[in-house]
Design a protein around this ligand. Structure first.
Ligand code: ZN
Length: 279
């Protein structure tokens, strides 16, 4: 099953189920509300029916617009660890974002007026489906609702201003997530072995496989749930492979007007244009 959050008016969204080339609106204000409605969310999503609209005409909102948590992994592919000149981590590197950074699958990426170092990071996204604390690795995948595509677009110079990544990682309207949540039953366990790629104006910049994750999805769920209770709708970004702009010689960064396309095999693609944000 493929689920999304769509804009139905200027200030209202709805959860939706994809059926072929149509979206069926569900009686929940967004995907997060559907996932938190109960542990039977999958039945609710499959059998609820409502207004239909053509997928091609839909305005996609961030997949889960207001997750309780957005947890991101840094340094989780060997190729990216190498290009950033960092040692292989013993423990997952975690950082967070706020929901103000999230945008929809086709929304503009806002390039902040204070930086020219806007960089791409194609990532596999995980959406949590059930509440869990101290989840053992062997059961971890039962807590996943499904998988999505994200780009952890980073303001690289602000990321490196201090030891904490946060300021470079949570700029307003920089992180596309979507176009859909693909439920876990439709993908390989842990969404492993899927091709992940990113292109800027048609030039491929990143291409890798989710099989190369240093800490895999089950391991991430177990680790994070040791720290804090995972809740339905929580979003986890699993890290990016090599090929980011800052890892190139010379470095390359996004310019206004460029189009960033981010793809994960079997899930879909994000297509976002960069616009310069005004002060
Ligand atoms: Zn990242």
């Amino acid at each position: 099953m493929r689920l999304s959050t769509v804009r139905v008016t200027d200030d209202q969204t709805a959860a939706a189920r994809q059926e072929g080339e149509e979206l069926v609106l569900l009686p929940y204000p967004d995907l997060g509300a559907l996932l938190t409605a109960g542990d039977d969310w999958q039945e609710r999503a499959a059998f609820a029916g409502g207004e239909r609209l053509p997928l091609a005409e839909a305005s996609l909102a961030p997949l889960v617009p207001h997750p309780n948590k957005i947890i991101c992994l840094g340094l989780n592919y060997a190729t990216h660890i190498r290009e950033m000149g960092r040692p292989t981590p013993v423990h997952p590197t975690l950082f967070a974002k706020y929901d103000g950074s999230l945008i929809g699958a086709h929304d503009a990426i806002h390039m902040p007026p204070v930086s020219d170092d806007l960089d791409w990071e194609a990532e596999l996204g995980v959406v949590v489906g059930h509440r869990g604390r101290h989840v053992p690795r062997e059961r971890a995948l039962e807590f996943v609702a499904g998988y999505t595509v994200a780009n952890d677009v980073t303001v690289r110079d602000w990321q490196h201003r201090t030891r904490e990544f946060l300021s470079g990682k949570t700029f307003e309207a920089t992180t596309p997530v979507g176009p859909a949540l693909v439920t876990a039953d439709e993908l390989p366990p842990g969404a492993s072995g899927l091709t992940i790629s990113c292109a800027v104006d048609g030039h491929t910049m990143q291409k890798s496989s989710t099989a190369d994750l240093l800490f895999d999805v089950a391991g991430i769920i177990a680790y994070v749930s040791t720290v804090i209770t995972l809740l339905p709708g929580d979003l986890i970004l699993t890290g990016t492979p090599g090929g980011v702009g800052a890892g190139r010689d010379p470095k390359v960064f996004l310019r206004p007007g460029q189009e960033l396309v981010t793809t994960v095999e079997g899930i879909g693609e994000l297509r976002n244009t960069v616009v310069k944000d005004r002060l």
